[in-house]
Write a protein that binds this ligand. Sequence first.
Ligand code: FAD
Length: 557
Amino acid sequence: MSKVVTADFSVQLRSKTIETLTTENFDLIIIGGGITGAGIALDATTRGLKTLLVEKKDFAWGTSSRSTKLIHGGLRYLKQFEFGLVHEVGVERAIVHNNAPHVVLPEKMLLPIIKGGSLGKRLSSVGLWIYDRLAGVDKDERRQMLPAQKTQELEPLLRKDILEGGGLYYEYRTDDARLTIEVVKTAVAHGATCLNYAEATEFIYKENGYVKGIQLKDHLSNKTIAVHGRRIVNAAGPWVDTIRNIDKEGIKGSRLQLTKGVHIVVPKERLPLQQSIYFDIKGDSRMCFAIPRGNITYIGTTDTLYGKMEDINRPVANRQDVEYILNATNYMFPTAKLSITDVESTWAGLRPLIHQEGKDPSELSRKDEIFYSETGLISIAGGKLTGYRKMAERVLKFVCKTLNIKPKCITEQLKLVGGQFDSDTALDTFIQQRIGEAKQIEATPSQIIALSYKYGSDIDKIIEKAFELHTTIQDPSLRLLAAEIWYGVTYEMVSNLCDFLIRRTGRLYFERPSLEKTLPFITEQIANLLNWTTEQKAAALKEFEQEYELVMQFRSE
Ligand code: FAD
């Protein structure tokens, strides 16, 4: 198998790239560095198009770092008879897993069947059967229906008095922001130019009124430059309509309806689940996920309309959202008795859905839609993390048609960087080998496993760096952390604390309490690598503190 080599992708090389932009004419400019834009960039560049992706903040800064982090077919969409959607994303699950097995892992999901629940025994059984068939799931991974006692044995924390049985089926779990950065890195390795902290502020038009470029504000140098492209795609997620509004044509036809979804994080010992659970929310027709991950369990989500007056740039989990999830969890797992003080972290994201008159947030379709403006601007909204590759294929089909070219889409078989394993067994063997080798750097097996599920085969670069740091950093854990930071700065365009602690590693969400100890070390390391002045260091810390306060805001309300 041909291996794609991770390209140098660092902020130090960025200014050179920016300088060359004004003289280039790209085939395609993509606005938005979430999973949708990243997928489009990868598809475009591997079809041979000269591609530029611009992201106003960091890659995955928007919704793509704030989802439930599942690569799933969407069981609940069966209730809305969205068979086509379930089929498409169901099939895509396996493709995304195959292309990035290190960040997309099979996950057993338990669906408890309860008295008065949204699906009875028979409907759950039929629903899961259809779900597996639509997704073409392998025989040994198909759903198993269980009696109440067996369900209880599998998950002793479940509420006994209402339990009638359970369904066990397969989904995949991921880290949304890591999946996004792996797609971006793969696009870069295949020749795309991808820039974070670069905002499209205006369109440039031809005499005939067609878009021919954008004004790009580089937030790191504060310069604005004109960049030209033959086609422009707006993949700005919740900001799709904001971008359509800066286009001359404005918003015609369908528009977005944003809904907010919140997750909470509790220590694993406060909700020590045996596997992921997808459970009914009492008094609501909605359902909720509880997902164990490392030393924590995260639970979510809510689904509430996000009003026009609310700030798209700062969705936040408020006390009411947190209490809603706590109540639902305490009902289903009554011995847990979770309280607000157990909540260690939160995140809130906005679903960029297509508005449908009179529908409740949970009833709004998750289908994607492409909008074409008479100015030539192509916008894509809706959809799911899981379907990103297929969405990209649809966009590129249209883009290529307008360019009168017919290159093939090759992403179905394209491994992402770090994910060059033929099977899960090959990945397991790789991890075992690295656990053996990493004894030399005094890394524990759990540290190596965690790093492998973030960086895949690129963990070798981190281990090598940690080895190099042997003489300069005595503490083995800090040495490994320093090597991980170095990797982020060199290969993942980390340019501040938030990039590293939120999007590249999820530490603010999943390891928030431990940050009090490691934050000074992490700051020092990034500051040294990026030659920060005292003022830059203070600004980066301040920015991180603001994010920290945001995820903990519910406690002060
Ligand atoms: P975004 O990730 O928001 O990316 C758009 C980007 O555009 C942003 O980063 C933004 O900064 C950038 N941008 C905006 N304006 C500009 C500009 N002027 N110039 C440059 N850049 C700009 N899907 C699943 O498959 N599985 C799940 O488990 C799942 N759970 C979810 C749970 C919640 C609570 C939510 C909210 C969504 C969930 N989804 C899930 C859906 C999925 O997360 C989204 O569909 C997906 O992340 C949207 O990606 P995007 O790239 O379209 O948008």
